[in-house]
Design a binder for this molecule. Structure first.
Ligand code: ZN
Length: 435
């Protein structure tokens, strides 16, 4: 009787167990290498239950995936990856698949699963942060100074997407992430050739960087301008042309609120004025002022860029557009996003892949950037010094009026021109000091 009861209980238990007999299949493994981290992505047939731990001497990382099987052998990494020296796998008795990563240094690991999207199915992601003990990965906050003693103009070029995020895809198989990186590199070469200018590539390989990190990198390099490069896609293949975007008012104000909330980080956002000790209202006014100036500059750059892109092809709307793109939300760095063309248009896809056309696009962008900076040279840069700032005095002018017109102090105007009195004459040439 007792035995019958036990069997019944066992049966009940058996049927009430969740159906976990189906193993998870690992279909593919990809590795993306960024300068400071490595990302491993495993395509899985279902969400993968897993655990991750590190071992030392030699450094290894162990990934246990419950009830899993590998569809293919793990790729041979010999000498191909700067950190991961090899991959091994073993099946354990309980059905767990163990993947061991042999490393050449200690890393800070992190893992998470991703739900299917339009490009991929279920994924298990392992990030290895290698910056933990690499002194070279410290942010570069040093202002770059050219031999002339003048600061260089820094242009941050952000090639959109990368790594696991391919961006838009053309019908011919072109990935947005690849063509925008090629054009970003062309543009960087042109900027670096220019005296007094320096390019910073936010991403210089096939890996992904978070949107806020992109902005952070630009700030760490003290960028005077942030240009994000993309290539749009639309379901209608006939749609074509370049577009240039700046941040919409709404996007700006919601971000301002966020920056204010993190006031301790926002000290240098308003030209070195710390917001920490300011009351709420004053802080918001200061940030607003900084942001308004930044947005005006962004609109100007965008206008210059659109104008030059119009000369090498058609533009989508013929005017600068506004949107709430995350990467444009730096309150202190003029930022624009350029959709160079529609990758979904076969003709434009072909052009985006063409080396000669990539150079043409980079040249158009370069000339737009130069156009903007020659009209708005950042103070302290070589360009600011080279700008003709001589003023020929006409009838009715006073020293005070001239100082006001150029927004310089009366004193600096006297000093630069070695004036002993405020008496000036028509036709006299005054040098206007830098602001
Ligand atoms: Zn894009």
């Amino acid at each position: 009787m007792l035995r019958m009861k036990q069997i019944a209980a066992l049966l009940l238990l058996f049927f009430s167990l969740p159906l976990l007999a189906q193993p998870v299949t690992i279909n593919n493994l990809r590795i993306w290498s960024a300068p400071d981290h490595i990302r491993l992505v495993l395509d899985t047939s279902a969400p993968a239950e897993h655990s991750l731990f590190s071992l030392t001497d030699p450094p290894r990382l162990v990934l246990d995936v419950e009830q899993a099987v590998l569809r293919e052998e793990l790729p041979d990494l010999k000498g191909k990856n700067p950190i991961v020296q090899g991959l091994r796998s073993a099946k354990r008795k309980d059905g767990t698949l163990r993947i061991v990563l042999d490393l050449n240094r200690r890393v800070k690991p992190k893992s998470f699963v991703l739900k299917p999207n339009s490009q991929y199915g279920h994924r298990l992601v392992v990030d290895l942060d290698s910056a933990v003990n690499a002194a070279t990965a410290a942010p570069k906050t040093v202002k770059s100074v050219a031999s002339s003693g003048q600061r260089e103009i820094v242009v941050a070029i952000d090639a959109g997407h990368g790594g696991e995020d391919p961006g838009a895809k053309g019908r011919g198989g072109t990935f947005e992430k690849d063509v925008v990186l090629a054009i970003a590199k062309e543009l960087a070469r042109r900027i670096d050739r220019e005296k007094g200018m320096k390019a910073v590539l936010i991403r210089d390989g096939d890996y992904y960087i978070g949107l806020r990190t992109r902005m952070k990198l630009a700030r760490e390099h003290r960028a005077d301008l942030f240009v994000s490069l993309h290539a749009d896609a639309f379901r209608d293949a006939r749609v074509s042309g370049a577009s240039v975007y700046t941040l919409s008012q709404r996007g700006a104000s919601s971000e301002a609120a966020r920056w204010l909330a993190e006031r301790e980080n926002s000290a240098d956002l308003v030209g070195g004025v710390s917001l920490e000790d300011k009351d709420e209202l004053l802080a918001s006014v200061l940030l607003d002022l900084s942001q308004t100036g930044t947005q005006e500059a962004s609109d100007q750059v965008a206008g210059h860029l659109l104008n030059r892109l119009e000369k090498i092809g058609r533009t989508h709307k013929g005017r600068v557009q506004q949107a709430g793109f995350m990467v444009l939300k730096s309150p202190d760095i003029p930022s624009v996003l350029v959709e160079l063309a529609y990758i979904s248009n076969p003709e434009e896809e072909r052009k985006l892949r063409n080396r000669r056309h990539q150079q043409k696009m980079a040249e158009a962008l370069m000339s737009g950037i130069q156009g903007f900076f020659s009209q708005n040279p950042p103070p302290g840069t070589l360009l600011a010094k080279l700008q003709p700032r001589d003023h020929v005095i006409t009838r009715g002018e006073t020293l005070g009026l001239i100082a006001e017109q150029y927004q310089v102090s009366l004193n600096s105007l006297r000093e630069v021109n070695k004036l002993s009195s405020d008496l000036i004459r028509v036709g006299q040439v005054l040098q206007i000091p830098e602001t």
